[in-house]
Design a binder for this molecule. Structure first.
Ligand code: NAD
Length: 430
């Protein structure tokens, strides 16, 4: 198997069979390179994470035995500011996946022009197999281990898949205990009582909705009555579904790790979200018909929101997708091959690096509020979020038009130009 990662001679400990996401990212960088002008001489900067830390996370389990977990923190690029990116708890987390996620954070932060570089972390474990006490000990030991590279002006973690406000509270407390003083700005996505920001929990889904409305307007697609399909009704997909529903869209189908449901006249979104909150999955929701999860991709819809994991829309299912507009709530849900197939079909894809940037935008607001110890109202936060998302989307849309590219390549043009400009202006040390 020859991949871009192999050609670049990346470290031998990367599992050759699990390079998917990182290889996807490298292909995206290859596609943007011809548009970077003289900055292209710096492009290898984007192909090599600046710093990667692998840590052993040993804890006492509840039964007294000792278990070891593997944790990662990758700082992909710090040219524009401190690292910023979530921490994922998942049994499939690998170093190469975290590398890709950290790189997409560099691009995303530059796309919405917040003053951060890109970073990401993860622990390889299935959190559903551990008690709350065990998860707290895992989180605290992991935080302590990566404590040498994180900090309010160095690298600021946040929630991602299977991590939440409670995990952020433990991380903030652990870092603070080691520093000898409360450092609220070390993580974002904290509980509001601990320096968190109003509006953060819904921010990513709200951003997906905001760029979705903008894209639909450009396409002449009405949200009122639009048929919507969502994969993953978690934080991102659930909020986006709720806001689209409130704007008059019909949620026709939803799929997650447990199953898939369909209702041609529109699912009752609040009832479905209450079912997911109670049972953790859309499976067995009485208000819709169960379908084979794979048939979700065939559903007759106008707007599709993948909001689960990466690599979901592939060359195998792209041809079956009927949506006119895809809003990437998840990171890396579409492979480059699927991108091409969908592009040929005329499907508009608003890529992850802009579509789901609402979360990090409000994380930026949270970080600013923590530094100034002055907290804003939710209306103020939502208004600022919508303004930043609209402006960023508009820049990307215009770039795609003038350069004749997809929205993904246009976002990479805008973002990589900002990153590499910063790199060039800072110069190399020594
Ligand atoms: P979450 O844990 O709240 O929800 C994840 C959803 O994915 C759940 O509905 C789960 O059932 C579903 N899922 C998991 N495995 C699946 C599988 N194999 N097949 C189908 N569905 C599956 O996570 P989240 O915070 O909503 O994150 C979802 C995606 O959005 C991730 O890719 C994440 O990186 C990205 N993202 C999240 C944020 C944020 O602020 N939370 C910001 C930017 C990007």
């Amino acid at each position: 198997m020859s991949t871009l990662s192999h050609q670049l001679n990346l470290p031998s400990y990367l599992d050759a069979n699990k390079l998917g996401a990182w290889d996807m990212y490298l292909q995206q960088v290859e596609r943007v390179t011809p548009y970077l002008g003289t900055l292209a001489r710096w492009v290898d900067t984007l192909k090599r994470p600046k710093r990667m830390l692998i840590v052993d996370v040993p804890i006492h389990l509840d039964d007294g035995s000792i278990a070891h977990f593997e944790g990662y923190r990758v700082q992909h690029n710090l040219s524009r500011g401190p690292g910023k990116g979530g921490v994922r708890f998942h049994q499939d987390v690998t170093l190469s996946e975290v590398m890709a996620l950290s790189a997409w954070m560099s691009v995303k932060n530059a796309a919405v022009n917040v003053p951060f570089g890109g970073a990401k972390g993860g622990i390889r474990l299935n959190p559903h197999h551990y008690s709350k006490g065990e998860l707290e000990r895992i989180t605290r030991r992991y935080t302590s281990e990566i404590g040498i590279i994180i900090g309010p002006s160095k690298d600021i973690p946040a929630p991602d898949v299977n991590t939440n406000e409670q995990v952020m509270a433990w991380m903030m407390d652990t870092y603070s205990m080691n520093q000898g003083g409360t450092a609220t700005g070390v993580v974002t996505g904290k509980p509001v009582d601990l320096g968190g920001s109003l509006g953060r929990r819904e921010a990513t889904g709200r951003g997906v909705f905001t760029v979705g409305v903008e894209a639909a307007q450009h396409m002449g697609l009405s949200i009122q009555g639009a048929r919507l399909a969502v994969q993953g009704l978690g934080n991102v997909g659930g909020t986006a579904a709720k806001l689209f529903g409130e704007a008059g869209a019909l949620l026709i189908a939803a799929q997650d790790h447990g199953g898939a449901v369909l209702k041609d006249t529109g699912l009752d979104i609040p009832a479905l979200l209450a079912h997911v909150a109670a049972h953790g999955t859309v499976a067995d929701f009485a208000g819709g018909d169960p379908i084979d999860p794979d048939n979700f991709w065939d559903v007759n819809c106008d707007i599709l929101i993948p909001a689960a994991l990466e690599g979901q829309i592939t060359a195998d299912n792209a041809n079956r997708i009927q949506a006119k507009l895809i809003l990437e709530g998840a990171n890396g849900p579409t492979t480059p091959q699927a991108d091409d197939i969908l592009g040929d079909k005329g499907v508009v894809i608003v890529p992850d690096v802009i579509a789901n940037a609402g979360g990090v935008t409000v994380s930026y607001f949270e970080w600013v509020q923590d530094f100034s110890s002055f907290f804003w109202s939710e209306d103020e936060i939502n208004a600022r979020l919508v303004r930043i998302m609209r402006e960023a989307f508009d820049t990307v849309w215009q770039t795609a038009k003038t350069q004749g590219t997809t929205l993904r390549t246009a976002t990479f043009i805008v973002a990589c130009t900002r990153i590499l400009n910063a790199r060039e202006q800072r110069g190399l040390y020594p």
